[in-house]
Design a binder for this molecule. Sequence first.
Ligand SMILES: Cc1cc2nc3c(=O)[nH]c(=O)nc-3n(C[C@H](O)[C@H](O)[C@H](O)COP(=O)(O)OP(=O)(O)OC[C@H]3O[C@@H](n4cnc5c(N)ncnc54)[C@H](O)[C@@H]3O)c2cc1C
Length: 652
Amino acid sequence: MSMDANPNTTSGTSPRLDSKVPAGDTADKWENHKFSMKLVNPNNKRKFDVIVVGTGLAGASAAASLGELGYRVKAFTFHDSPRRAHSIAAQGGINAAKNYPNDGDSVHRLFYDTIKGGDYRSREANVHRLAEVSVNIIDQATAQGVPFARDYGGLLDNRSFGGAQVSRTFYARGQTGQQLLIGAYSALMRQVAAGTVELHTRAELLDVVLKDDRACGIVTRDLLSGEVTPHSAHAVVLATGGYGNVYYLSTNAMMCNVTAAWRAHKKGAFFANPCYTQIHPTCIPVSDDFQSKLTLMSESLRNDGRIWVPNGMDDARAAAEIPEVDRDYYLERKYPAFGNLVPRDVASRNSKTVCDEGRGIGPLKNGVFLDFQDAIARDGLEAISAKYGNLFDMYHRITGENPYDQPMRIYPAIHYTMGGLWVDYHLMTTVPGLYSIGEANFSDHGANRLGASALMQGLADGYFVLPYTIGDDLAGLLGQTAVPTDDPVFTEAVRGVEDEQKRWLSINGTKSVDQFHKELGRIVWEHIGMERDKAGLEKALADIPTLREEFHSDVRVLGSAATLNQSLEKAGRVADFFELAELMARDALEREESCGGHFRSEHQTDEGEAQRDDENFAHVAAWEWHGLGTAQTRHREELAFEDVALSQRSYK
Ligand SMILES: Cc1cc2nc3c(=O)[nH]c(=O)nc-3n(C[C@H](O)[C@H](O)[C@H](O)COP(=O)(O)OP(=O)(O)OC[C@H]3O[C@@H](n4cnc5c(N)ncnc54)[C@H](O)[C@@H]3O)c2cc1C
């Protein structure tokens, strides 16, 4: 059954979406608010249980900080170790407004770049706070021993990322996420040893439990034994990452999924801007139909690599044989001010355009060149290798082509999701007591995230925002014990999860979970990918429910629920992707404008850039679940721009 036409809400912010943004000047809001929030005194903190689900950068930093503060924390991950979180894949770096290179950066500039980069679709107050605490993150990580690259004088080094004209990206070669995660993991394990954090690995959240409309716990399944267990707490924090794998082929880790956020959505947490997804311009192109994973080549490579395609159609010559006069460095030509460092959405769309014109390169003509010959000639092979060596090696191993000798071939791929659970200024969802941080929330990045800003946001949320805001809520619960796990709300939730497992195992159909996931991914990529239009979105809204019904009646899940069973795990995750995909299409259809990564071909400027409609769409769209097959309600949070003037983005 498909969702009916949407009963769109009228204009103005929905009463259900109180952002709780404090009054006052944007630049002073956070500092003043920290003082006005309620505190929980040190002796009382140990009376509160807090569940943190996810131990990537956002979850590990939050759990460690809350443990250090004295709360009783229970941390959950479906991985065998927190160190396996997808955060470990982050390559290029993390932004912070330190202005070490003395090139004109400031908190205000980072704030401004982020609002503009997100195409004026994010909340000013949150973004300003993010820019403010960015500087603390670098100090914290450095104190933990994170080995950031240093310049010749010993100061931390910086490089540039897209959408910025300053160098503010701190990095640890091409392994920034890994090094930051080792820092956060060390902080977390210190708390585990101190007894303030109880770590549950191989435990997958399959339901969020509410009592009297407030989050009171979760239900998990042990991925090895299949045991389904309830866990209770005074507050629940979801730090469960993004939903890019709805596209099947993505740069995300294979286990990334939307289940935790989606199950919370079905319990009343509104899901915001699901159609805002980020296509990253520098990924290794798809090589055949059997591929199940895509690989990112970090954006940092655009500091030194030059992007080009041949001028002519179907030019089959090797790159080295194509003279300068026959090359089109199209980003440098069209955007002289930012050149190869335009934001991701702009770079991706331009790659698609030149490939659609028939100027794509490689065996499938589905790529563009990222060329380092000029940089190597200018700086020397050793300098380039010191900056990007591990990325070059990775590319060489995957493609068999040596990027020191010939240009890399790259093409856009899905990489990050700006949509997610709606949260207020305190990072609380529309369910009291339920928080969401990191990529799982609808984030501070509007319609397009700037490179190196996801690590910044995840760690800002975990180290410096949630530890303050959660106390304001918990202070009001002093004296209340957590709901016991033998309460009927938990027994019912456990039964629901067990019944779901039995249902998957009883279908006994003909097709694997992966087959369905792949077919779903094709629809999502084709119609809700880099470019969208009304007809395609309507087709997606017809095709997705049909395929979903087939999935529910014809999927084959073998084995039992009482053992390690990866296809059983995936069945639940893909079921959630189906429901999310439909909402993505609906959200994209309703948003009759182009902004950032949401490019509706009907809404573009004469030069082919995204054309916003600020009069009608300068708002967050947050969706309320009413049951499968029933239209979700689209709520609006109007965005106020007091410090940055709305204008057409230009990177020329
Ligand atoms: C290849 C790649 C490179 C990137 N490079 C950069 C970069 O250089 N700079 C930058 O700023 N950003 C980068 N990003 C983006 C960035 O890495 C992510 O946005 C960020 O790491 C997300 O962190 P997180 O803590 O929110 O989620 P994750 O790291 O995805 O962690 C999610 C956690 O939740 C757990 N989890 C999920 N669901 C459940 C469940 N149901 N039950 C129990 N546990 C669950 C997982 O086990 C995991 O511990 C990159 C992304 C990719 C794909």
